[in-house]
Design a binder for this molecule. Structure first.
Ligand SMILES: *Cc1c(COP(=O)(O)O)cnc(C)c1O
Length: 406
């Protein structure tokens, strides 16, 4: 049976051949990628590394090295990718959780403003599903309290907020080229930062990383060729049944490739980044169809998007009233060949590996609510034109007689 993958970037064979080929013998494509991302982000420097996790670890280590030694806490949203606390741990820092607003997925600003910043080194954003957080407000607050800001745009390359690129707010930002992100080369990440002491520290950390391993690059190239073929719904339906591939699993820490980025993969990333607006336009269009098909549906709630935000919808999140109904809806969608997911299984406060990293606590009701109720829907280029109607009719069947989700 055909199955629409939860997320992905359609790849052309020409992208792979020309992209990887261009990066094989020279640094030219890699340098062009750095220039493109620097320009895009509005920051002044850019570095690439082997993953978003490595990018975050490098930035945090640099912040620790360049910052006040008494500050060892990093404020993160209560619901975000598990790689974020894992990178904080790797950088030898502590996690402070700030709750999120379940309507917008951005920080609960009232809670953030009330936190004690005495030992805080940095605040990290999330921009989940390509929806910008309230970056302006977070940036002003960080500046006012004298702490650094790391704008995590792992899912939001191309999104804008108040006219500026997501990833470009605050002192440093990151992008990811992992499988389910805005563009993909299987693995990879980029760091952007403004020039200054922090940039010098990032530069030092990044240079200290071992070079990309040619055998790993070869293996990613083969995986990319398979990925490009298998993302098509007719084939994805077959592969997603194969156990051991771990498609869509969320585990706390997968081995972090603490390396620099392959120049061959950078060649592919460059080709995709040059098409970024077109790739994102397809996802934005598909999200708009989902939004209009679901606007009047009973039993679900749609995300609130701030009027000054231009999301890129790596996925489209909706919210069901409780975990039991969510489970029913997701299994009905999956049974109909639609790659709906329940996203990260827990709020960070309920992730056992995060507990020993926590410094202090704050109520996490918004994050817990999102963890129990969120459903993500596909928006990528292999989503069929009638996806919105298909999702709507399943929502009506499963939840139709229920009151709207709160
Ligand atoms: C994916 C992701 C990361 C880590 O990126 P990888 O390239 O997968 O290591 C960090 N933050 C967020 C919000 C992510 O979605």
């Amino acid at each position: 049976m055909s199955f629409i993958a939860p997320a992905g970037t359609p790849l052309r064979f020409a992208d792979l051949a020309a992209g990887i080929g261009a990066g094989l013998f020279t640094n030219r494509a890699s340098d062009d990628l750095l220039a493109l991302l620097t320009r895009h982000s509005g920051q002044s420097r850019c570095w690439t590394v082997a993953s978003g996790r490595a990018a975050m670890t490098v930035i945090l280590r640099a912040m620790k090295a360049a910052g006040d030694p008494h500050r060892n806490e990093v404020i993160v949203p209560g619901y975000t990718c598990y790689s974020v606390p894992a990178a904080i741990e790797r950088a030898g820092l502590k996690v402070r959780l700030c709750d999120i607003d379940p309507r917008t997925l951005s920080f609960n600003l009232q809670q953030l403003r009330g936190m004690n910043f005495d030992r805080v080194l940095a605040v990290v954003t999330a921009n989940l599903y390509g929806i910008p957080n309230q970056l302006d407000a977070i940036e002003s607050l960080a500046a006012e309290r004298g702490v650094l800001m790391l704008d995590d745009a792992a899912q939001a390359l191309g999104a804008r907020c108040a006219g500026r690129a997501v990833g470009g707010f605050g002192d440093a930002g990151l992008y990811s080229f992992d499988k389910g992100k805005n563009i993909t080369t299987m693995q990879g990440g980029a760091i952007v930062a403004r020039a200054g002491a922090l940039a010098a520290a990032i530069d030092k950390e990044q240079r200290a990383l071992p070079a990309a391993a040619p055998l790993e690059t070869l293996s990613y190239t083969i995986k990319l060729a398979l990925y490009g073929a298998l993302l098509r719904p007719a084939l994805y339906g077959v592969v997603q049944r194969i156990p051991g591939l771990g498609l869509g699993r969320t585990i706390y820490e997968t081995p972090t490739p603490m390396r620099r980025y392959s120049t061959s993969l950078a060649g592919l990333a460059l080709r995709l980044a040059r098409r970024l607006d077109a790739i994102n336009a397809v996802r934005i269009g598909n999200a708009a169809s989902l939004q209009s098909a679901l606007a009047t549906a009973n039993g679900i709630r749609l995300p609130e998007i701030s009027p000054d935000a231009q999301p890129v919808f790596a996925r489209f999140p909706i919210f069901v009233r409780d975990a039991a109904r969510r489970a029913e809806l997701v299994s009905a969608l999956n049974a109909a060949g639609i790659g709906a997911t329940t996203s990260y299984p827990e709020a960070l406060v309920n992730v056992p590996q995060v507990a020993p990293l926590l410094a202090g606590d704050a109520a996490q009701s918004g994050a817990i609510q999102v963890a129990r109720t969120v459903v993500t829907l596909p928006t990528h280029g292999y989503s069929p034109a009638d996806l919105g109607q298909r999702v709507r009719s399943i929502v009506d069947q499963v939840l139709g007689d229920r009151a709207p989700g709160k």
